[in-house]
Design a binder for this molecule. Sequence first.
Ligand code: CA
Length: 239
Amino acid sequence: MQVAGLFNFVTNAMLRILLIEDQRDIAANIWDYLEHHGFVMDHAADGVNGLRMAMDGSYDVIVLDLGLPKLDGLELCRMLRDAHRDTPVLMLTARDTLDDKLAGFDRGADDYVVKPFAMKELEARIHALYRRGRLQQGEVLRVADLTLDPVNLSVQRGGQTLTVTRAGFALLEALMRRMPHLVRHAELAHALWGETGGDIATLHTHLSMLRSIIDRPFEDKLLHTVHGFGYRIAEDRDQ
Ligand code: CA
């Protein structure tokens, strides 16, 4: 990819993670770290609740502990796959034995990490699973003649490749995942900076730069300002 250098990053924009883990301290550590890095988190503390949420929710990745009360991780994973839910599953295992790992894959887990693990490693595995899942689905986000490819990190409009900044890509991905709906300032700030926040003036500046790239050279405007609330991407007139 010729522009790979420009896009040597990953974005956590709006990735929804379901964490199924019964140990409160481990769950809290994972939650805090991932939320701080821009993920949207949900948590279940036992296998039954975890399965219910995994069945209902539209999660991008499920982080699943192997040893859980009520329903263990392997069984949960098997039931999820039996119900044709193909959300990528990253298994957490304290038991570093080959048998456990193989059993996990046999029941539909996609990858595993062995406790204790570094949070950075967990984050990297989540990204790898997410990208792999998207790649298999061939998902490209599209509105009118604008496309965003989350796997190859490319943005095109009218068949022409556009060069967007890291911040612009994260914002555009967050907006396109929710189109045509409004994405509020706080959500956009979260997509960009995670829990560390950032100021609204800088956010507006990033969106203004994004607009100059994806909209200004083109007749139909797709990025709409909803004054006082946020922004939306849609193929229609400003509201
Ligand atoms: Ca456990």
